[in-house]
Design a protein around this ligand. Structure first.
Ligand SMILES: NC(=O)c1ccc[n+]([C@@H]2O[C@H](COP(=O)([O-])OP(=O)(O)OC[C@H]3O[C@@H](n4cnc5c(N)ncnc54)[C@H](O)[C@@H]3O)[C@@H](O)[C@H]2O)c1
Length: 382
């Protein structure tokens, strides 16, 4: 496969580049370093310093003998993106290139506007570039489980059959996001669904839960190949954050009652899910949706696991309940379905004690880099 990976310098993008490259595919990696510059301007640097994308690709080539082509540019700039499609002629495009943080989208009007403009224009440009250069190209788009919110009914995989006044039809599952970022992901899905219906393109939309971990096989080959690990409130995901907080001796910050339940997955499983979706593409004129999680936990359950392992490793972990800066249900029903990716062949890696211990080890190694001021800022939803 010729694979174009957009957002290739990110937490998930860089390991995905190596995952496909290692399996013999021709990879082109695109990024505009938005996340690096946003992290610098918010003083939220990742725990482990990472070489830039060109340097990472060089390290990978030295180690593996395999080349990853790099293009630095902004996918919202169609004059940049279209030639990339024309020159690389991808069979598959993997779209990670978005502003991925809910708190970032809630900091100010400008950051909300940036999130909507960046995420939607990028998705629009990809749909156009595919139509103009190769309508057969399969778009794999990262959505989020946050699109569904926390409804009182089971969450199906993307679609819901509805019977109304004796007639039936199938619709996108009702969505009600909890931040501007998550709302932009709903709008992405709607935009792609429109172009699937109108132009007959093929799209897989992966409704992913918060990802944790650093190890994918490829990332273990050299420290310089590790993904960026954010532990701050803006860019860090919950499990990664709590582990670094535990190592830093900073209490685990549980928002409100801590009953907020979400579906999580190991970064190894993100690699598998995206790869399996690439190998077994959506049909022409199909918007295929999978719920990309492997198990569900409440915030309290995660805090309890991190505390137990942290204490065992001598970290003496405290858990602190703080006023919830977000607007969200703190106790609720949550029962998502997630069988589609397993049917494609996903073999889940669960949140075991060993997995947590492995992450503690890496965090402890880089303990000196932890900036305690970045951990919690309390970005308020209102
Ligand atoms: N990490 C998670 O837990 C998680 C969970 C659910 C969904 N997702 C989705 O997965 C995708 C990747 O997330 P991530 O955690 O790797 O985020 P990330 O911020 O680490 O990576 C995204 C990358 O895209 C780049 N980018 C953003 N806008 C761009 C643009 N206009 N042009 C070119 N590059 C651009 C950024 O510089 C960054 O390197 C996002 O779409 C996110 O919404 C992530």
């Amino acid at each position: 496969m010729k694979v174009l990976i957009l957002g290739a310098d990110g937490y998930l993008g860089w390991p995905t580049c190596m995952y496909f490259s290692n399996r013999g595919h021709e990879v082109t990696a695109v990024d505009n370093y938005f996340r690096r510059s946003a992290a610098t301007s918010l003083d939220s640097e990742p725990l482990i310093p990472t070489p830039n994308l060109l340097q990472r690709a060089k390290v990978w080539e030295d180690i593996s003998g395999k080349k990853i082509n790099v293009r630095i540019g902004d996918i919202t700039d169609y004059a940049f993106l279209l030639p990339v499609f024309k020159e690389t002629r991808p069979d598959t495009v993997i779209h990670y290139a978005e502003q991925p943080s809910a708190p970032y989208s809630m900091i100010s009007r400008d950051k909300a506007a940036f999130t909507i403009q960046n995420n939607l224009t990028g998705t629009l440009n990809i749909a156009y570039a595919v139509k103009e250069t190769n309508p057969d190209c399969h778009i794999i788009k990262l959505g989020t489980m946050g699109e569904y919110g926390t409804p009182e009914i089971d969450i199906e995989e993307g679609w819901l059959e509805i019977e109304h006044k004796g007639r039936k039809d199938k619709f996108l599952f009702p969505r009600q996001a909890g931040s501007v970022y998550h709302t932009s992901k709903i709008q992405d899905t709607d935009l792609l669904w429109f172009y699937v219906r109108t132009w007959g393109i093929r799209v897989t939309d992966l409704m992913q839960g918060p990802v944790y971990g650093l190890s994918t096989g490829e990332t273990d080959k050299d420290e310089r190949l590790l993904p960026n690990l954010h532990y701050d409130e803006i860019f860090g995901t919950l499990i990664n954050r709590f582990i670094v907080q535990a190592v830093a001796g900073y209490p685990l910050t549980v928002y409100g009652k801590g009953g907020q339940t979400r579906g999580y997955l190991n970064i190894r499983d993100t690699m598998q899910c995206v790869y399996l979706s690439g190998e077994q593409p959506a049909k022409k004129g199909e918007l295929r949706i999978f719920n990309q999680v492997t198990e569900t936990f409440s915030v309290n359950q995660i805090a309890e696991k991190v505390k137990r392992i942290g204490d065992k490793l001598g970290c003496n972990v405290n858990v602190q309940t703080i006023e919830n800066p977000r607007v969200e249900k703190e106790e609720h029903y949550y029962n998502p379905k997630y069988t589609g990716l397993m049917e494609l062949g996903l073999k889940p890696h669960h949140l075991t004690d060993e997995a947590l211990e492995g992450m503690f080890k890496v965090a402890a190694k880089y303990k000196e880099n932890i900036n305690r001021d970045a951990i919690f800022r309390g970005v308020k939803w209102r």
